[in-house]
Design a protein around this ligand. Sequence first.
Ligand code: FEO
Length: 170
Amino acid sequence: MLSEKMNKSLNDQFNAELYSAYLYLSMAAYFEDTNLPGFANWMKVQVQEEQFHASKFYNYINERGGKVKLAQIDAPPADWKSALDIFEATLSHEQKVTGLINDLMFAARDERDNAAEIFLQWFVAEQVEEEDNAGTLLGQLKLVKDNPHALFMIDRELGQRVFTPPVKGE
Ligand code: FEO
């Protein structure tokens, strides 16, 4: 059984993951509007990733006999200056999420909640990948600068991204 405090912390993260999905959907809409369908596709896959993260928290809270409570989701920004601007915001958002996951891990340790700690380990590893993905794309966009040809090449590549849910235990 989860403690009340841990239930609330996990539930806050469940809602934070839904906000992440909402933020990336807004970024996808920006890219649709600026005629970069590959970037929009990348963001829509990111939305699925975040929904998957949220569902992991949802399932885990229920498995541990806790209670899931949906909160109001803040409206995300709707406008950015460029693809570079978006990926700077994406990396910074993922770094913030990493901080939230680390805080949750410390809270689980404080409570000596070993099961929660093991559950959260998946997210610790996932955040390394999330930051790496955003950081790599940000680095590429910095190299590209204002070269439209190179931007379209990246756009074509990002159009190939598909969501693949991790297999259990991964
Ligand atoms: Fe749910 Fe992008 O981390």
